[in-house]
Write a protein that binds this ligand. Sequence first.
Ligand code: SAM
Length: 279
Amino acid sequence: MNASAPLPPGLYIVATPIGNLGDLSPRAADILSRADVVAAEDSRVTAKLLHHIGVKRPMQPYHDHNADAVRPSLIARMAAEVVALVSDAGTPLISDPGYKLVRDARAAGVTVTTVPGPCAAVAALTLAGLPTDRFLFLGFLPPKEKAKADAIVEIAAVRATLILYESGPRLAATLTTLQGVLGDREAAVAREITKRFEECVTAPLSQLAARYAEAPPKGEIVIIVAPPGEESAPKEQDINALLQDALTRLPVGQAAAEVAKATGLPRKELYSRAMALKA
Ligand code: SAM
């Protein structure tokens, strides 16, 4: 794109740094500096970024609480103006608002342009030293223990590396639940990526859970979990725990089917085991 030519109107999805401001791309800076309006999750956070590149642009807050109300007027502006969407950090739409804005913009015939850049999920994947050929991004799991375990059961048999966002205070509990459902898979905790106290610790889930239960970490965190492998096939007691949990909610046949889906074990075998547990 010619930097001196006016930008065509439309919606620009602009990724911003996840810590180190040096990661803002020149193209992202250029588009932000020429936007007619910057739709921002938190205008105070974005004001700092704009200050860093030495520009002031009009901002329109766009977050979970006002998105439905402001979306139509933002879409209307895109016909003739440059609207840039940013989130507080990283790539908009990834565990952040924006997908409905893109959906409605496209439906209205607006040109949507992406300006790719930092994303904590991908950055963590590059640090962990775990397989990268297939991965499944789970975002934030539900905070309540039961809903969290159910969400993990649902994807337990997927042969892909898992990527999750989590907060420091919940980290140890989530690692323990992951281990309970998935077995003691290899995993990594990547923290404060691109910031001063960046670290990435790779170890079996049990060791990570013990480490972070003792000292709940500060800062922003991504959990990476290796795909299922022979060595991490669920243990006897893990299978029984899964069945027992399923039996509190479901009849025997359905409980066996759910655990078969999660573990890849034969349903017939799990049915007999569930009958025995019930007895
Ligand atoms: N859209 C963002 C992206 O592209 O990564 C993610 C937004 S989500 C609301 C925020 C979560 O991303 C944090 O709670 C944390 O799990 C993860 N995260 C963001 N920045 C991070 C960093 N520098 N180091 C580790 N995790 C980070």
